[in-house]
Design a protein around this ligand. Sequence first.
Ligand SMILES: [Mn+2]
Length: 405
Amino acid sequence: MKILHTADWHLGKKLYNKSRHEEQVQVLEEIISITEENNIDVVVVAGDIFDNANPSADSQSLFYKTVKRLAADGKRPVIIIAGNHDSPEKIEAPHPLAKECGIIMAGFPDSKASISSYGGNFEILRSGEGFFELKIENVAYNLRVILTPYPNELTLKRIFTAQNLEQEIKLNLNEMWGNQISNFDENGVNIMVAHLFCSDLNGVEPVEGDDEKSVRLGPAGVIESSLLPDGLHYAALGHIHKLMRIEGKGYPVYYSGSPLNYSLREERRDNFVLIVEANPGMVTKVDKVKLNSGKKIYRKTFTSLEEAEEWLLANQDIWVELNLKLTRPLTSDESNRLSKIHEGIITLNLEIISELLEAQVSVIDVTKSPIELFESFYTSEREGRLPSEELKKLFSEILDREEEL
Ligand SMILES: [Mn+2]
């Protein structure tokens, strides 16, 4: 059985007010092609579908068009959960319609998929709070899925007895997963799809994008991988934007990462989807497939305007944070020219450095007296200003004292 794992689409996300919609259209098109070319049996999207709880009409339309095509008009199950950026109610609301197209959408860790045939090519044989078993036509084994959409504070309070204690909530989650997995034996493929902040046994916490909201799982904090249930073939995680394997279980636990570079912290990072081959009684195989759509984010520093322009002209199809260290401010003509030659400048930081410093920085004349050397050091540190007579006197005094010792 071949499962395609993706997450963190963040539809509608902007970069310094620049729209990423076109790139999102392209990368989702690429994911649809990968799904078709690799004869994928099931697609899972592990949360953070949208960048915010009130997505624009453009983002919603892109989402529905994409998942309908991924589902190949009901032939291929597509399983979608809510992340911390999504509204769980809104992710679940279209379920009655989505179901007809073979799409399963869950907003809460205790959501229950209805037992019926979905889209015509597969059916849910049984289901309970946060899990179900799926029979897909022409696939030898049944797929059993545990769904853990991001549980916010309200949801945790509603479904668990523990109210605030991080440790108790973790135990509650562990117990819930234990109960869910107890419904499955070894004669099928068992997976988990979750939007969590998960760390390995050593408590190594993955680093997030710098603008991820509430990086930790609200009151549950960091979930150590040891708390995940045993007896799975694979755990498909969402939340971290970087492709990452979390160690500590007898089966692969992965973050697929986001399909695009979304923040400066994700500078020039490659983005992937994962193709998971899982069968009962066999070791699960995970292949990463690199995505080629979308612009990478760069952070560049130049000390000459000419060099910066040359580089910008040669590197057009990217986003760039441009840092200039120049000896004078830019004229308005120059700054207009910069934005004309490159559309992807997300922010421009200009630092004025002193020409004097430039001239002196590389030459240290050791034949100079200590006080002269102090003067040029002070000048270079203080943007060309000379030390006061008082300060020079103090420096000489310290120098004399040193010599006395
Ligand atoms: Mn997230």
